[in-house]
Design a protein around this ligand. Structure first.
Ligand code: SF4
Ligand code: SF4
Length: 236
């Protein structure tokens, strides 16, 4: 995104809307730090500029990857979904991504306010590939990850996005080992990330993974999604 310096009157109205804090006042006008801008489109979409000075420049690869993972209105061509482009593990009752005996894991890297360089995400994808996980095929990010090495295309490593999700499923028996990989690698990341662990309730309505998460000695917040019949339990 760019601000036309000839039009801008320096009113400052656009500054609070940027989730990447990329818009700065420079003397009498505002300007956008291109390296920090994640191309989310918010500053333009909110239409607060009184002189229509905020302009979308053509986005070419690799910069275009910023908008793909940061503009909430972008539709991912691989999945037809907006935002980060994935149904995510929390809708497993309708997608049936992981079966009984498995846990679904989603690593949400970056958040509005801080974002993430894709090289930070790659640290996790490489560590997980070394462990041997299979990344979720219905997540568009998986198309960018080398399934053997976990590497991303070199030209996108320095690009910045608001947030992206790595997803995969592992057998319940491997949860502790995978969390250890994530914990060790996560300590080297220069951004924030959260770990989602999803499992299906046991037939006796118990969540078998809670004991494993306690064993992992990590903070967690249990959260339930109740299927009242609108979704279909596809996996038995
Ligand atoms: S496009 Fe998004 S990140 Fe870039 S300046 Fe506008 S609001 Fe900030
Ligand atoms: S809202 Fe428009 S005129 Fe005001 S600082 Fe932003 S770009 Fe400049």
């Amino acid at each position: 995104m760019k601000i036309d310096q000839e039009k801008c009157v320096g009113c400052g109205s656009c500054l609070p809307y940027c989730p990447a804090n990329a818009i700065k006042m420079a003397e009498a006008t505002a300007c956008i730090e291109l390296d920090e801008c994640v191309e989310c489109g918010v500053c333009r979409r909110v239409a607060v500029c009184p002189v229509d000075a905020i302009e979308q420049q053509p986005l070419e690869w690799p910069r275009a990857v910023r908008a793909i993972y940061s503009d909430p209105l972008n539709i991912h061509k691989e999945t037809g979904l907006a935002g980060r482009g994935t149904e995510e593990i929390k809708t497993n009752d309708v997608t049936g991504r992981f079966k009984r005996g498995f846990v679904g894991i989603a690593l949400e890297i970056g958040r509005p306010g801080i974002g993430a360089r894709l090289r930070e995400l790659e640290k996790l994808s490489m560590a997980l590939a070394r462990y041997g996980v299979e990344f979720e095929p219905k997540n568009p990010l998986t198309n960018l990850i080398n399934p053997v090495t976990g590497e991303l295309p070199p030209e996108i490593r320095d690009e910045k996005v608001l947030s992206a999700i790595i997803e995969f499923a592992v057998p319940e028996s491997e949860l502790l080992a995978v969390l250890e990989v994530v914990r060790k690698t996560g300590a080297t990341l220069e951004t924030v990330f959260s770990v989602d662990v999803a499992c299906r309730a046991g037939l006796e309505v118990r969540w078998p993974m809670l004991a494993t998460l306690r064993e992992a000695k990590t903070y967690f917040r249990p959260n339930a999604k109740i299927n009242v019949g609108l979704g279909r339990p596809l996996v038995e």
